[in-house]
Ligand binder design. Structure first.
Ligand code: DGP
Length: 121
């Protein structure tokens, strides 16, 4: 699977396109979704070039995998939607065609700030 360097999140990572940044560390970048579906709608992406979750799990280092998973909770805490610091949230990753993935750089959505409702519509 070839990673597309011209996808929009690759451009955000390179600083070529602006984003409303929430959090950044060695492993992840998090920013608000441009088209929020809920009161809080954030994205958490790995800094490495991974097209989707399967690509990531097959090719990323254990350190990168831990960094991304932990990054989700770090961002939830910052946004006051975590279990410890809020009322909870939903995270999901759309994967490839049947998953409805539009941007071919792995990303987790975080939805919160209100009841999220049905899991799948
Ligand atoms: P998905 O369908 O899972 O690939 O979701 C892609 C999400 O990315 C979608 O909710 C809208 C968001 N998005 C697309 N382009 C941009 C952008 O340029 N900036 C930001 N912040 N979000 C974007």
């Amino acid at each position: 699977m070839k990673y597309d360097d011209n996808n929009i999140f690759a451009k955000i990572l390179r600083g070529e396109i602006p984003c409303k940044k929430i959090y950044e560390d060695k492993y992840v970048l998090s920013f608000h979704d441009v088209n929020p579906q809920k009161k809080v709608h954030a994205l958490v992406i790995p800094k490495g070039k991974y097209a989707n979750l399967d690509d990531f799990n097959q090719n990323a280092s254990d350190e990168e995998i831990v960094g991304l998973i932990k990054g989700i909770t770090t961002v939830a805490k910052k946004l006051n939607i975590s279990v410890e610091n809020g009322d909870g949230y939903r995270t999901l990753a759309n994967i490839a065609e049947n998953g409805g993935q539009e941007v071919p750089h792995l990303h987790f959505h975080l939805f919160g700030g209100e009841k999220i409702g049905k899991m799948v519509s």
